[in-house]
Structure formats: structure tokens, C-alpha cells
Design a protein around this ligand. Structure first.
Ligand SMILES: *[C@@H]1O[C@H](CO)[C@@H](O)[C@H](O)[C@H]1NC(C)=O
Ligand SMILES: *[C@@H]1O[C@H](CO)[C@@H](O)[C@H](O)[C@H]1NC(C)=O
Ligand SMILES: *[C@@H]1O[C@H](CO)[C@@H](O)[C@H](O)[C@H]1NC(C)=O
Ligand SMILES: *[C@@H]1O[C@H](CO)[C@@H](O)[C@H](O)[C@H]1NC(C)=O
Ligand SMILES: *[C@@H]1O[C@H](CO)[C@@H](O)[C@H](O)[C@H]1NC(C)=O
Length: 454
């Protein structure tokens, strides 16, 4: 009995010691993991960006809601009273005026004063000729050959109308505009680099159709600038991708063709060029219920066979993809037409997925702002080469009743802030840094943002 007990106890001693060793190993690996995470979190933070990482609150008093108009209630159904967003979208409302300040406050590079180089999210923004910048749903490419940035976006400088009573608000296709800059603040109009088609009604770019979210990347092998875009008809039933090329960043781009990737619908989309020269396409598919990611061919003119479905049943659109060290990040919006909604950040170790959702990146402002992405929708995230971990978040503040007056919301985005909610699956799977977009009423780029490019 005693011997047997002794045998048993030494056996259990061994078992427990093994468990103990395993726990210690596990503990150290977690400590090690969180150490690398800490070092990831704090590797950057030069004092240059400290000011931009301060939380800035915004206090505005929203006017009291209008009395519900019985017709509107009928239209919206009994369960929805007209909310602040509905009012904000009406051009004549007080709330609207608060977020679409008139041209007197325009950001104006032709007027040199103590405001120069400051970004004012939501204000009218003029180019170096003093004209309003028309580059909606856009993206920016840095061109090493000319050492300039090029901003491509939709020219929406036409009347807004509905093609039929239930149709979405639209502007006829005018074309894709390009602006160039060395400082990201004063932009020179390079003109329409891909024009709409005025007469041929069967052409993809006929003015009655839809041309959105142009993105351009440079192909080092072919020396061509390649533009990808969303091509649709007025009812958004074509749901296709378009491709155009040019030998110059300022065009003209020749339109090649449109197609449905792997036979799937494609609406909001973006492309991302990785450090190794491989480029990828992201698009909202299957009635915007999910995103698909696919690698482009080496010439960037087509997609390869491999495709992954990501964020399935999440209903996300307006993807903007960026990378820091070896982690890929993406900001997306929800799907609520022209109305703003809450952004989410996603991250992945491999660009083809799996992608995990981290949460809402918006910091500061107030709750209303954070739940509406500062009343805007993501379109692009631009890395600042001199400040690793620092990016510009570019978004559109849409004005659906007068789309040409839609505004730009550019804000600093940082990778590396602390997470505000515990991330799921921290055991065994990667611990990603928090992505934060900081609200600022006015802000400018810190010193050294350009290092490494010039
Ligand atoms: C400079 O700033 C002051 C105070 O902020 C302002 O009153 C003044 O009009 C500004 N001057 C110019 C030229 O913008
Ligand atoms: C109109 O556009 C279609 C599609 O791009 C093209 O096939 C056709 O040749 C064009 N017609 C004319 C007259 O240019
Ligand atoms: C769009 O839908 C409306 C209503 O269903 C229809 O009348 C119109 O012909 C459609 N337009 C196009 C371009 O498909
Ligand atoms: C793109 O690739 C697919 C699959 O290889 C092919 O069927 C299609 O013709 C290609 N498109 C173009 C425009 O080359
Ligand atoms: C983490 O998991 C919980 C429960 O499974 C879920 O409610 C929460 O939204 C998740 N958080 C994130 C950031 O995905």
C-alpha cells in the first residue's frame, strides 16, 4: 500500500512537474510574444508625430431633430424616425451646413499665410489654379521617376440627378482627374487623364454609366502606369472591373476592357502593390456581402486564377489596404449607400488571408464622429516613407444631393497604438497592433515625413 502510494505519488510528481515545465514554457512564450508586441508598439513614436497622436475632442451641438414628416415616415417604415444622418444628408439642413462649410473657409494654396500646409478635413480644397479639387473616391501613387505624388479621382463636377425615381443619386461620367504634388498639400491639376465617352452608348465609359474608385500603380517590368476602376451601369447591375494603361503618370490612359473577376460581381475595389512588386486586387462581391482578393498578373493587366473570399457575410465596402513590416491592414466601411457609417480595421499575416477584424480605428472627435468615420468613407491609405507606421487616411465626405460638392477628409493614421478592446485568439495567433485614425480639426504633416523618398 505504502509503496504503491509512493509509486503513485512519484508518478504524479513527475506528471505535475511536466505540467509545471509546460506552463513555464508557455508563460515565457506569451511574455516573449507580448514583448515583441510591445516592441512593435513602441518602435516608432518619434516626437515628430506626438502632437498628432493627441486625442482631440470635438464638441458641436446638433440641432434638435425635425418633427417627423408623415410621408417620410411612411417611406422609411414605422420603426425608423428621421435620424441625424438623414438630416445631415439633406443639403438645406443646419446639420449639413455644419459639416460642409462654404468656400470662404477653403484650403487655398494660392494664398500664402499662416495657414499654409494645414489640412482641414471637410473644407473646400482648392488646387494651385484656385479651382476646387475634383478627385473623389481617389487614390495616390508616388512616382519615383518624376519624384511627385499623383492623386487620381473621379471628376464629379456635373449636376447630380436620379436616372429614375428609385435610382441612386449620380453624376454623369466626366472622367478621371489627376493632380500632382511634391508636398501632398498644394495640388496642380494635370487634367482629365481618362475621359468619359460622350456619344457611343455601348462604351463602358459612356456618360450615362458609372466609373468609380480609380487606383493607379506603376509596373516596373513594363514601365506602364496601370489604372483599375469600378465599371458599372446606372443601376449597378454590371458590377465589373475596368483596366486602363498609360506610359506617363499624367496620361492619357487608354481604356482596355472591363470584366467580372472569376465571373463574380465586383463593385467597390482597390489595388495594392506589395514590396516585392506583386500586386493584388480587393473587391466587394456577391451583392457586397463579402470581399474577394486576387493577385494580379505580372503585367497588372489581368488577375491570376487564385482567389480568396474574405470577410464573408460582413457586408463591407470601400477597402483601403496598407502594410507595415510584415502585416497587412485594411480599412473598410459598411454598406449604407452615400450615408456614412462605422469603419473597421482588419489585419492579416498573409495578404490572401485569413483576415481578422480588429475594430473601429477612429479616435477622438466624439461618439457621433467615431460611429460615422468622421462623416466620411474610406478610399485610400498612403504611407509616409520618412515615418514608418505613419499614414494618411483618405476618405470622402459624400454630399449625395450635390455630389460635386463632396469633401475630402484626410487624417493621420498610426499603426501601433494600444488596443482598446482585447483582441480575440491571442493564443497562438498573431497579436496585431492597433490602428488608429486621429481626429484633428486642422493638422499638418510632421517634419521628416518625406525622408527616404527624395
Ligand atoms: C494668422 O493667424 C491669425 C490668428 O490665428 C489670424 O488672425 C490671421 O488672419 C492669420 N493671417 C493670415 C495671413 O492668414
Ligand atoms: C462603341 O464602343 C464599343 C465598345 O467599346 C466599340 O466596340 C465600338 O466600336 C464603338 N463604336 C464606335 C462607333 O466607336
Ligand atoms: C434601371 O432600372 C430602371 C427601373 O428598374 C429601368 O427603368 C432602367 O431602364 C434601368 N436602366 C438601366 C441602364 O439598366
Ligand atoms: C485574363 O485571364 C483569363 C484567365 O487566364 C483569361 O481567360 C482572359 O482572357 C484574360 N483576359 C485578358 C483581357 O487577357
Ligand atoms: C471577440 O469575440 C467576442 C465573442 O466571441 C465578440 O463579441 C467580439 O466582437 C470579438 N471582438 C473582435 C474585436 O472581433
Amino acid at each position: 500500500m505504502i509503496r504503491l502510494f509512493g509509486y503513485r505519488s512519484s508518478l504524479s510528481l513527475i506528471v505535475w512537474s511536466l505540467v509545471g515545465v509546460a506552463l513555464i514554457v508557455c508563460f515565457f512564450s506569451i511574455v516573449h510574444q507580448s514583448d515583441t508586441r510591445q516592441s512593435r508598439i513602441y518602435f516608432r513614436h518619434p516626437s515628430a508625430t506626438r502632437e498628432l497622436e493627441e486625442i482631440e475632442e470635438e464638441h458641436f451641438r446638433l440641432p434638435p431633430p425635425h418633427k417627423a414628416n408623415p410621408r417620410a415616415v411612411k417611406r422609411r417604415g414605422p420603426h425608423r424616425s428621421p435620424n441625424v444622418i438623414d438630416q445631415y444628408l439633406e443639403e438645406s439642413s443646419e446639420i449639413h451646413a455644419l459639416f460642409f462649410p462654404d468656400e470662404r473657409t477653403a484650403v487655398n494654396p494660392t494664398k500664402v499665410g499662416n495657414d499654409s500646409m494645414y489640412f482641414y478635413p471637410g473644407r473646400v480644397w482648392l488646387d494651385t489654379d484656385g479651382h476646387i479639387i475634383q478627385a473623389h473616391g481617389g487614390g495616390i501613387m508616388y512616382d519615383h521617376i518624376t519624384a511627385k505624388y499623383y492623386w487620381y479621382g473621379e471628376n464629379k463636377d456635373g449636376p447630380t440627378y436620379q436616372a429614375h425615381p428609385k435610382g441612386t443619386h449620380r453624376v454623369d461620367i466626366i472622367g478621371i482627374n489627376c493632380y500632382s504634388s511634391k508636398d501632398l498639400w498644394s495640388w496642380t491639376n494635370e487634367g482629365i487623364v481618362l475621359p468619359g465617352e460622350p456619344t457611343n452608348v455601348t462604351h463602358d465609359l459612356h456618360k450615362s454609366k458609372v466609373l468609380e474608385r480609380p487606383k493607379v500603380i506603376y509596373n516596373d517590368r513594363t514601365g506602364q502606369y496601370v489604372m483599375w476602376m469600378h465599371i458599372d451601369d446606372a443601376n449597378y447591375t454590371k458590377a465589373s472591373l475596368g483596366v486602363a494603361v498609360s506610359s506617363s503618370p499624367t496620361g492619357p490612359f487608354s481604356y482596355l476592357y472591363s470584366f467580372r473577376p472569376h465571373g463574380f460581381q465586383s463593385r467597390d475595389m482597390t489595388i495594392f502593390k506589395d514590396d516585392d512588386g506583386a500586386a493584388y486586387l480587393f473587391y466587394s462581391s456577391r451583392d457586397n456581402t463579402e470581399l474577394h482578393v486576387s493577385r494580379l498578373t505580372k503585367d497588372y493587366l489581368n488577375i491570376t486564377a487564385a482567389m480568396r473570399r474574405i470577410l464573408i457575410r460582413r457586408h463591407r465596402e470601400a477597402p483601403a489596404v496598407f502594410k507595415l513590416e510584415r502585416t497587412y491592414y485594411m480599412i473598410t466601411s459598411g454598406c449604407s449607400g452615400w450615408a456614412p457609417n462605422k469603419a473597421l480595421t482588419h489585419a492579416a499575416d498573409s495578404i490572401m488571408g485569413p483576415w481578422k477584424t480588429l475594430g473601429n480605428p477612429c479616435v477622438g472627435g466624439n461618439r457621433f464622429f467615431r460611429l460615422t468615420t468622421f462623416l466620411s468613407q474610406s478610399t485610400f491609405v498612403l504611407p509616409l516613407s520618412g515615418l514608418p507606421g505613419t499614414f494618411i487616411f483618405m476618405a470622402d465626405r459624400w454630399n449625395p444631393s450635390n455630389l460635386r460638392d463632396s469633401r475630402y477628409v484626410w487624417l493621420p493614421l498610426f499603426v501601433g497604438g494600444l488596443t482598446d478592446e482585447p483582441l480575440n485568439n491571442s493564443f497562438g495567433s498573431p497579436l496585431w497592433s492597433r490602428v488608429s485614425i486621429y481626429w484633428h480639426r486642422k493638422w499638418r504633416l510632421p517634419e521628416d515625413w518625406k525622408k527616404g523618398y527624395v
